[in-house]
Ligand binder design. Structure first.
Ligand code: SF4
Length: 293
């Protein structure tokens, strides 16, 4: 299998076959992200994709889920994605789920009919980098979408029945703004009703623009205590039925996994227990220890 540059996939896709259809990320300018900084974006050719499918068919007896990599594979035109899905079904007829990372901007460029056609081609699991429900935070992160656009285009996915997970980032609002960010983000989630909520925590690498913002005083990191309080606020305000919440990324102080609303109280107690264990005072002094990564 051919993988060029860095390759990432969501934790829930750990058993999926990873098929490279793009290299890097077409946006590649979120202020916190260094995942594909050094990778030049390009689209894999159909010949490359078919060669990988042939090789995979020889290795794997079956592949029920296939995840298209890399950073925002949904940037591909609808007709290209349909052609790729067609090839997948040719080699892996048993595959029922084709997923990939998508930005709000990627969804925006597709018509309702195209989204419906993609759903019919088994493209029915997107991992969307929403990060926050706050307009100011989205701007700081340079996500390339507004809160209003996120709500509008995620609802378009609902209309055609494409499942999606929303990726969110705790701590992204900076010092003193976590609770407000949680309220705005929970309101967004309650309106769009994702199938899965994925929670990570802001980590700042020295190679990203947000690091410069920290040095210049334009962005202040929250303390660990603030991040945990933000997470509690978010959990308490999500009013969705039977939604999976996955917060087990290594950047999270307290790894958690559960289903809301069933596990809400247990998860909040878990966060309270962590705050008690480490002590409010020490957590208040502690910045997320990520500047040296
Ligand atoms: S869209 Fe995703 S992969 Fe691309 S720069 Fe932003 S966070 Fe990174």
């Amino acid at each position: 299998m051919n993988y060029e540059g860095a390759t990432y996939r969501p934790p829930v896709e750990s058993d999926s076959l990873l098929l490279q259809v793009t290299v890097g990320c077409s946006h590649n300018s979120c202020s916190f992200c260094n995942m594909y900084r050094d990778v030049r974006f390009r689209v894999a050719s159909m010949e490359e994709i078919e060669k990988d499918l042939q090789e995979a068919r020889g290795i794997y007896p079956k592949a029920e889920r296939i995840f298209l990599v890399n950073g925002d594979a949904f940037v591909l035109k609808a007709e290209t994605l349909q052609a790729i899905a067609g090839k997948i079904v040719e080699y892996f007829p048993e595959c029922q789920n084709i997923g990939m990372y998508a930005s709000i901007g990627n969804i925006k460029t597709k018509t309702d009919q195209e989204l419906a056609d993609l759903k019919n081609c088994r493209i029915n699991d997107l991992h969307v980098g929403v990060e926050s429900g706050s307009e100011a935070v989205l701007k700081q992160l340079n996500k390339g979408h507004t809160r209003e656009e996120a709500i509008y285009h995620l609802k378009r996915l609902n209309n055609v029945g494409i499942n999606y997970a929303t990726s969110l980032m705790l701590g992204a609002a900076g010092k003193g703004k976590g609770v407000e960010n949680a309220r705005l983000t929970a309101a967004l989630l309650n309106e769009v009703r994702p199938n899965l909520i994925w929670l990570g925590t802001l980590g700042i690498f020295k190679t990203v623009p947000l690091y410069e913002d920290v040095l210049a005083g334009r962005f202040s990191l929250p303390t660990e205590l603030e991040v945990l309080e933000e997470e509690k606020e978010l959990l308490s305000r999500i009013s969705l039925d039977n939604v999976i919440l996955q917060a087990n990324h290594p950047t999270n102080t307290v790894p958690m996994f559960g289903v809301l609303p069933r596990d809400r109280e247990k998860m909040i107690s878990h966060l309270n227990a962590a705050i008690e264990h480490y002590g409010k005072e020490s957590l208040f002094k502690l910045m997320p220890p990520r500047l040296n990564m």
